[in-house]
Design a protein around this ligand. Structure first.
Ligand SMILES: [Zn+2]
Length: 280
């Protein structure tokens, strides 16, 4: 469950590639086409509004091909919900924006997907959307409400995770980044607080390392979102349209917010879900 095309690859690309390769059914639901995103390549900056949305839809399809994910959908169909833009902008007030969406109505659309797919695991953002973007906050609200609606209608998702990043790992990655910055195609470094979902290490309950193949698939998927993401050669760093270098994490981290963890730090999101059943 994601707000814009690119969020899935940046946050969960390695995880999605791993489970798709293992034969699990991976479904991505994206809430908006990100029509208000800032475009990085100068030759594509003429793309705005619905033209940008359409372009990003193709980028998303290309990214999913890299991850091996065949089932990807737009919540309510393409164009149902518009990108709300960054917090505090007048864009947030657009009645067609996802931020203005009725949570129950959007959640009902997601619950339909849940009832069709019957997932064992759902991944979303924390209540702050990871970093305060209105569409990410709304995606969290809609996802959590959809979990309730689906349960009322007969399918209880055994485990719900939010995307996280452990403070120690992020801090160490930025120390390395600053040392390597002169060799990167970016002038400045982002800071730890620019990374969504950073928390104290003790809150991390799952860690997914898909190995080099999944790491490469993640980098390729991020690269497919060329209007939004620039991946540095070597695939250890990337930048968004703010041109601030950040670490590209091949290992992805999660906090379980619903369900029972298996052990202190899981390395399989599906651990313990074998007996998932319909709600009587
Ligand atoms: Zn986003």
């Amino acid at each position: 469950m994601h707000a814009h095309p690119d969020d899935e690859s940046i946050n969960n690309g390695a995880t999605m590639a791993r489970y798709a390769a293992e034969g699990a059914r991976v479904t991505l639901v994206t809430c908006t086409l990100g029509e208000r995103g800032e475009v990085i390549p100068p030759q594509l900056r003429h793309l705005t509004g619905s033209a940008l949305g359409e372009h990003r839809r193709h980028e998303l399809a290309a990214a999913m091909a890299e991850l091996g994910v065949e089932d990807f959908r737009l919540l309510g169909g393409a164009g149902r919900y518009g990108d709300s833009g960054m917090m505090g902008l007048p864009d947030n007030d657009d009645p067609g924006s996802f931020w203005q969406a009725d949570v129950d109505e959007a959640a009902a659309l997601l619950a339909e997907v849940v009832l069709e797919v019957r997932p064992q695991v759902l991944v979303t953002y924390d209540e702050d959307g990871g970093y305060g973007h209105p569409d990410h906050i709304q995606a969290h609200r809609v996802a959590m409400r959809a979990v309730e609606l689906a349960e009322d209608a007969g399918w209880r998702i055994p485990k719900v995770y939010v995307n996280r990043a452990p403070r120690s790992v992020v801090g160490a990655a930025f120390v390395r980044l600053r040392e390597e910055l002169p060799g990167l195609p970016f002038d400045k470094s982002a800071v730890v607080t620019d990374v969504p979902g950073v928390v104290d290490d003790g809150r991390i309950t799952a860690e997914i390392d898909g190995g080099p193949r999944c790491a490469a698939a993640k980098a390729a998927a991020m690269r497919a979102h060329a209007t939004q993401v620039e991946v540095a050669p070597g695939e250890r760093y990337f930048a968004l349209s703010n041109e601030l270098a950040q670490p590209l994490f091949p290992t992805e981290y999660y906090e379980l917010v619903r369900g029972e963890p298996v052990g202190k730090r899981e390395n399989d999101l599906f651990a313990g879900t074998d007996d998932a059943t319909e709600v009587a």
